[in-house]
Ligand binder design. Structure first.
Ligand code: ADP
Ligand code: MG
Ligand code: MG
Length: 247
């Protein structure tokens, strides 16, 4: 599904990703761990096509297509979802407006008809219920005044409605209490643990990986994947830290 080969990327002419390679197949969950400043968020931004992140070498294909050649909205329409460490607030635009607009943009780009108001309401109610978000909250401006935990649960509502093929989730567990972590982790499993979907889960903590169990764990350090393994690698990192592996 996703094939990253020898990816180099720079921000403000500063090289950050330095030859990163990674392959993700449908049905797989890959955890990306690594020290602060390693380039984990940069990888997410580059995959999402954020401005200012310049790819200087390497290739990325998504379902066989050149991802780097696609505009950010084309990537979303192709089924890529990004959940960021710090979800943005959008004053003046309600959650439901935002989601309906995003969903219809995706449908138009795919040559599909727009969703009806009734179907959208049913869908958003079901997803919001599953994540413990009230419909009152769905009518409030996107993330404005939401707590950290509410923002992350709201992000899972967005993911459930947009129903992506590949989700790249950057520190979705940061700032969550134990109960919210469970709700969010189970949300990821419910929405994304399917044979035709895949997840890149950027995290520092085993506690999320206890709920969303990864098939592969990678250590990103110095802009590259320096080690890959199974779930046991996350336990090893938790015990021994990155020092021994990523130095
Ligand atoms: P991680 O998510 O692994 O903690 P990041 O991808 O956020 O790491 O950052 C990797 C490196 O890139 C860090 O040294 C950071 O300071 C630098 N960096 C990230 N964004 C910018 C930016 N906009 N301008 C300059 N340097 C940046
Ligand atoms: Mg960081
Ligand atoms: Mg980061």
């Amino acid at each position: 599904m996703l094939n990253i080969t020898n990816l180099h990327a720079a921000v403000d002419d500063k090289p950050i990703l330095k030859g990163l390679s990674l392959s993700v197949n449908a049905g797989e969950v890959h955890a990306i761990m690594g020290p602060n400043g390693a380039g984990k968020s940069t990888l997410g931004y580059v995959l999402g096509g954020r401005e200012g992140y310049e790819v200087t070498d390497g290739t990325v294909t998504f379902d066989g297509k050149d991802l780097l050649d696609m505009a950010a909205d084309e990537r979303a329409a192709a089924g890529l979802f990004l959940g960021f460490q710090y979800p943005v607030e959008i004053p003046g635009v309600s959650n439901v407006q935002f989601l309906r607009t995003a969903m219809n943009a995706q449908r138009r780009a795919r040559g599909e008809v727009e969703i009806s108001a009734g179907d959208f309401l049913r869908l958003s109610r079901a997803q919001a219920d599953a994540l413990g978000i009230s419909m009152d909250m769905m009518k409030r401006p996107v993330n404005v005044g939401f707590s950290g935990g509410e923002k992350k649960r709201n992000e899972m509502v967005q993911m459930g409605i947009l129903d992506p093929k590949l989700a790249v989730l950057d520190e979705t567990d940061s700032g969550l209490d134990i109960d919210a972590l469970r709700v969010v982790g189970e949300g990821i499993n419910r929405i994304m643990r399917k044979p035709d979907k895949a997840v890149l889960l950027i995290t520092h903590y085993q506690r999320l990986l206890d709920i969303v169990q990864p098939d592969f764990v990678h250590v990103l350090a110095g802009g590259r994947i320096v080690r890959s393994g199974g779930p046991e690698l996350a336990h090893e990192l938790e015990r021994e830290g990155y020092g021994a592996i990523a130095a």
